[in-house]
Structure formats: structure tokens, C-alpha cells
Design a protein around this ligand. Sequence first.
Ligand code: COA
Ligand code: ZN
Length: 361
Amino acid sequence: MNATQTPPGDGTVRPAAQRPHAVQPVAAAAAGPGGPPATAFEGRGRRIHLQEVGPRDGLQAEEHFVDTEDKIALVDALSTAGLSKIEVSSFVSATAIPQLRDAEAVLQRIERRPGTVYSALVPNPRGAQRAIESRVDELNLVMSASASHNLANLRMTQAQSLAALAQTAALARAAGVAVNVSLSCSFGCPMEGEVPPEAVLAWCERCLGETGASGLTLCDTTGMAYPTQVVRLTRAFLERFAGIELTLHFHNTRGMGLANVLAGIEAGADRFDASVGGLGGCPYAPGATGNVCTEEIAHALQWMGYDTGVDLGLLVQASRRLPMLVGHDVPSQLLKAGDRLALHPLPADFEQIRARAMARG
Ligand code: COA
Ligand code: ZN
């Protein structure tokens, strides 16, 4: 991306002050008419929406309760970094998820940035009422494509969940609040194994039919998705449910997160959930680990020429505070390594090394 990245062959290396540091990626020019069709490997300035789920999916999995003030500061920092949607908390049973028992306080005191959608996860009508009173912009309703996971996570059969979803969505409609449905285990269940794509699509149809939701999220709850599967299911969804806003939600449990995001883009998706620092997990899914990491995805996509609308520097600043908040290291590799052009100083004896190499001829 920059000629000065490659040192000249005579061994001369520019002093650190003259070398480029953390250069902001430049979006490639959009393809002109008649240009080759875009693939996932060419951003061409295309917009990809990154939706932050760390304050909910991330913090729900933490052993210790994160202070309400810290949660508010985190959400505000993520808003300022330009995330288009933020799942702020969940309105669930405090016995089930004590880490998020302060959902009302967080929603009431965050700064609402114009253009940012503040959403919350709700499992039932009671959750919806609480969320609506807390002025959420969107309710994220949840059920699972797997019968076992639905029972373990929500303590309901899928039929009961579907009925609860319909009642919950009716409350949202009456209050003029948008509805999204998240379908857990869309790419496999940790207890049942494969969930056939036809079954997933049939649940999508039922959920959308019962709720009138404007968006649906296919969730890879425990990182079982792989790229070719993502391409197939995403294409099938987009063909069958034109006009429904699709989000893909991946966990990086088996290191396939970024590959799955690119596969989703290749198949036509443009919205992805991600979690700052790579926080995350599901208390009811054995072996679940963090979501794909927001700053890693933003960094990769921006260098590939996509427009994520995210200020990577501000996002990394927010992520840098996480270990203090949660009391342990977070999975983000970008946090450890920095931007790919965050350069290291030359070794102190560099001039001697060069002189010796040159003397050898
Ligand atoms: N908000 C607050 N409290 C709620 C609630 C809500 N949305 N829904 C139920 N409760 C309370 C009930 O009042 C009851 O409280 P009590 O024990 O003091 O009487 C308790 O939770 C159990 O309620 P019940 O209706 O019997 O539900 P349940 O025990 O069958 O649990 C859920 C069902 C869905 C409410 C519960 O399992 C839950 O909140 N799960 C969290 C799921 C989750 O967030 N998973 C991770 C993300 S996918
Ligand atoms: Zn998740």
C-alpha cells in the first residue's frame, strides 16, 4: 500500500520518524460500469455494517459483574467510535443472567448518538415491557433453531418460544419499536450437531411470519459455522427473504470467524455482529467463546477497502480499557499487535549490523 514499506536493496532504512505509522487504510475506488463483478476480496468502498454486541453477548459471559458506570462508559465509547448498532444489554431474568441485571440503568444513562441504533435482547413479553420503558430503538427477540438449545437457554419448547415471540413483537409494534429476531444455533448445535439448512430456513419463515420482524440474525452461537456453509445458507436466506435485513453473528470459537465474515460478504450479507475485544460466550452452550472481535474485523475490512464507518483508533481505545473492566486479558489480537503498519523501532545496533553486512560485499 505504500512504497516505503519495502526497504531499498542497499540496506538503507529510513529513520523511524520518516517511516509511515499506522497509516489509515484508503478505500479503493469503486468499480466503474462494466468492471469485473466485486468479490469479497475487493472492498471497493462498499459499506459493511458492524453491529456491536460486546456489552450484551460479551459481558453476560463474564464471571464478575461489571460496574454500571463502566458499562455506560463502554457503550458511549463504542457509539463515539461509529458502530451503527449497539446491543446495550438484555432484559432477562436476573437469576439467569445476573451480570446484566442493571439493564434499565445502563439504557437510561447512555448518551444517544444520532444515527446509532440502541438495541437490547429480550426473551419474553416481560423483557419487552422493561426494554420499551427504557427507550430501546430495537428489540432483539431470541429463539433457537435447535430444540435442545432452546430448552436449555430459554426453558421453553420451540413452539412455546414462537408464541412468546409473537406476543413480544405485538408489544413492540404497539410501541413503535423495531423488531429483529436472532435465531441461535443456525449453523449447528453443540448438543444436537448439524441443524439442516431447510430446518433453519423454515424457522426463519415462522419467526418472521409470527413477529413481522424487519430483520433476522443467523447466529453461530458456538462457532460451528464454516465458510462454504455460510455462503450456502446466506445465499438461500437472501433469495427466500428479500427485503428482510439479514445479520450474521459469528463466534470465533474455532478460529473461523474472519473467514466466515468474508464468506458472508461473498454471498451478499452486509451486516455483522461483533464484540469489542472479542468478548463473548453463551452461558447455556458448552464450550462457547467470544464473538468475532470488532476491531479485528474493522481492521481487516478497512485494509481491504471496505467502508465500515468505524474509527479504528477510537475503537481500539475502547478495547484497551476492557482488561481493567473485566479483570483479565481479552482475546483481541489487534490489541496486542496494533495496526499492521504500527512499526517497531530499529534495533539499537542497527547501523553496526548494516555496516557489517555491507562490508561482506
Ligand atoms: N425480566 C426480568 N425477570 C424475568 C423476566 C424478564 N424478562 N422473565 C422472567 N423473569 C423472572 C420471573 O419473574 C421469575 O422471577 P422469580 O423467580 O423471582 O419469581 C424468574 O425470572 C423465572 O421466571 P419464569 O417465567 O418461570 O421463567 P423461566 O425460569 O422459565 O426462565 C427465561 C425463562 C427466558 C426468563 C430465563 O431463562 C432467562 O431470562 N434466560 C436468559 C436467556 C439468555 O439471556 N441467554 C443468553 C443469550 S441468548
Ligand atoms: Zn452470540
